[in-house]
Structure formats: structure tokens, C-alpha cells
Design a protein around this ligand. Structure first.
Ligand SMILES: Nc1ncnc2c1ncn2[C@@H]1O[C@H](COP(=O)(O)OP(=O)(O)OP(=O)(O)O)[C@@H](O)[C@H]1O
Length: 320
């Protein structure tokens, strides 16, 4: 049976900040970075944790690693309370921060890996097998003797991901793992993560602003905004939540006035071609049938909305 490996229940994090209020006065001010957030992640799931800047994503991930203690609520990762047993938890999780390195800057990659081997007390056979696998799949062989500071961003990121996996973690947190990478490196990292999840059943919580990461990796997304969960479900369902539209592009035999169909908005007419927007959740089939019955239809295509637009619309709706 699949278990919940990450449990976040009514979790809050409030920061006390001092702000200047005049020449000498400082005012205390509270920032509620995470506001009664609840979600669970089952073993083997890949979940995207997304939201605009300052939404509370990093603060949540820091509570999941034990770096920060929640102000209220309950967090469990692999049954462990992260802030109480951070060291024990560290053996069960892997963490990759796209913007921060966990490797030793002046050491060759291989030496960083040796240190991790010893620090985490990884059994020799496990370490060797994992290193071999990562070196092969992430193409690290030519890089092992190179000091980390000489690696390109894409090379270093592959090195970081390997470092996070050498101790066989059940859960992997990835914070912007493809940030700044070129298209080829992004594809390689995504392919590796997909295989890792499929073959090993590693649970992944992925924070990213790159929606292709989400589309290609995540079966489910949790969207957070102003510290609160505003959506939790399948990626496809975001369209309905964001009230997004699909587009039917039709070519008629000749020019017509904008077609009149219930539930359809004509957004553009160019000669015999018309662009018809309709709710994304609705089936296109009856619309096409009705069109074909009433107009001389020559050709058509359906365009899916892009997720970025959907999420932007959802955020806008929330703050309005
Ligand atoms: N140590 C801190 N002290 C005070 N305020 C903080 C602290 N850390 C985060 N915050 C505030 O909490 C809120 C949430 O920040 P957080 O870094 O979790 O957002 P995020 O969703 O990860 O954003 P981004 O996408 O920009 O990384 C922000 O308003 C931020 O300024």
C-alpha cells in the first residue's frame, strides 16, 4: 500500500521583522509566510509546488527539511518530525537548490562525493552502485576530476543532483533544478528525474517557475499564493480552476460574419478563417458538429491553452 511520506497539516510560519519607522524608531511587524497550509504526498508521487514570488514555497520546503520550525501545525516526512530530528531525516531525504551549491567549491566532484559518502555513512555497496548509476545517466564521467568551481551551470547541476542521491533518499526536494540551464541540459535533467521516479519510486517535491518542468514531470500540482493553498490536483484541472479557454481555429469556404454559436466567443476573423474561444473544460465535438451543420467547413484545429496563462489568470483572480 502507498503511504503518505510528506504530511503537512495546518502549518503556519510567521516571521517577526523589524522595520524602520522614522529616524530612530523600529517597528515590529509580522509576516505570515505560510498560512494554514495542508497537503500530503504519497510515496512515489511527483508533485509540483508552485506559486508566484514570495508565495511561501521556500519557507514550506525549509520546514520540510527541518531548517525552519513551524509556528503552528504539524509536519512529518517519512514519519519524522523534521525540526526535532533533522539529522535522522537528512539520511532519508535529498535536497537540490538550483541557486545554491551543496558541493565543495574547490574540490573535484569525486572528492565531494567521497565526503558525502563518509558524512552520511552510506554503506560502501550502496554508495558505489548509486555513484555508478548517476555517473552513467547524468554523463558525469568526464567531470569527476574537475573542481566544482570550473564546472558550467548545467554540469554543476547534474553534479548536485547526483550528490543528493548518493545516500538513496526516499524523498527528493528540488528547488528550481533547471534554472539557467540550456534546452539540452533541461531535457537531460528532466529525463533523469522521470527515470529515477519510475525505476526507484523516489518521491519528488518540485518547486519551479518553469512550467515545462511541471508539464513533463508532475502528475499533480499544489499551487500556493500568499501563503495559502489555492489549488491541489491534477495539472489538467488547473484549466478549469483558472477558467481557461481553448481555441477552435476554423477555415470556412469563404468569408462570413463572426459565427454565432452558444458558449463561443469569436476573438478574431481573418478572411475565411475565424478563431473561436470556448471553455477549456467543454468538449469540442458538439461545437464542431454544430458548426459543420450550419457552415461550409473546410478545415479546423483545436489549440490548448498554455499553463502559464492559466496560472497567471488564477493568481489574478485571487488577488482581485
Ligand atoms: N527569514 C525571513 N524573515 C522574514 N521574512 C521572510 C523570511 N523568509 C521569507 N520571508 C518572507 O516570507 C514570504 C514567503 O517567502 P518565500 O521565500 O517562502 O517565498 P517563495 O514562494 O519561495 O518565493 P520565490 O518564488 O521568490 O522564491 C515573503 O514575503 C518573504 O519576504
Amino acid at each position: 500500500m502507498r503511504m503518505d511520506v510528506i504530511e503537512v497539516d495546518a502549518v503556519e510560519k510567521v516571521f517577526d521583522v523589524r522595520r524602520r519607522a522614522g529616524r530612530l524608531r523600529r517597528e515590529r511587524h509580522r509576516v505570515r509566510a505560510v498560512d494554514r497550509v495542508s497537503f500530503t504526498v504519497r510515496s512515489g508521487e511527483v508533485v509540483g509546488y508552485i506559486g508566484p514570488n514570495g508565495a511561501g514555497k521556500s519557507t514550506t520546503v525549509k520546514m520540510l527539511t527541518g531548517i525552519l520550525t513551524p509556528s503552528a501545525g504539524r509536519v512529518r516526512v517519512a514519519g519524522i518530525d523534521p525540526s526535532r530530528e533533522r539529522t535522522r531525516l537528512a539520511r532519508r531525504i535529498g535536497v537540490v537548490f538550483g541557486q545554491r551549491s551543496t558541493l565543495w567549491w574547490d574540490l573535484p566532484l569525486r572528492d565531494s562525493y567521497r565526503l558525502i559518502h563518509r558524512l552520511y555513512r552510506v554503506p560502501d555497496t550502496v554508495f558505489r552502485a548509486n555513484l555508478e548509476r548517476c555517473v552513467e545517466l547524468l554523463d558525469l564521467a568526464p567531470l569527476l576530476e574537475v573542481p566544482v568551481r570550473q564546472l558550467s551551470l548545467g554540469q554543476r547541476m547534474r553534479g548536485e543532483i547526483a550528490a543528493a542521491l548518493l545516500h538513496d533518499p526516499e524523498v527528493l526536494y528540488l528547488d528550481e533544478p533547471t534554472i539557467g540551464l540550456d534546452v539540452v541540459s533541461k531535457a537531460r535533467v528532466r529525463g533523469f528525474l522521470r527515470d529515477l521516479n519510475e525505476e526507484r519510486g523516489t518521491t519528488v517535491l518540485l518547486t519551479t517557475h518553469d512550467l515545462t518542468d511541471i508539464e513533463q514531470l508532475c502528475g499533480r500540482v499544489v499551487v500556493i499564493d500568499h501563503g495559502r493553498v489555492v489549488y491541489d490536483g491534477a495539472l489538467g484541472g488547473l484549466h478549469a480552476a483558472g477558467e481557461s479557454e481553448r481555441m477552435l481555429v476554423v477555415d470556412l469556404e469563404r468569408e462570413f460574419a463572426p459565427v454565432g454559436l452558444a458558449g463561443v466567443r469569436v476573438v478574431r476573423v481573418e478572411g475565411p478563417r475565424q478563431w473561436l474561444a470556448f471553455p477549456a473544460a467543454r468538449s469540442a465535438a458538439p461545437l464542431v458538429a454544430e458548426l459543420a451543420r450550419r457552415y461550409p467547413l473546410v478545415d479546423l484545429s483545436v489549440r490548448e491553452p498554455d499553463i502559464e496563462a492559466v496560472i497567471a489568470r488564477m493568481y489574478a483572480g485571487r488577488s482581485a
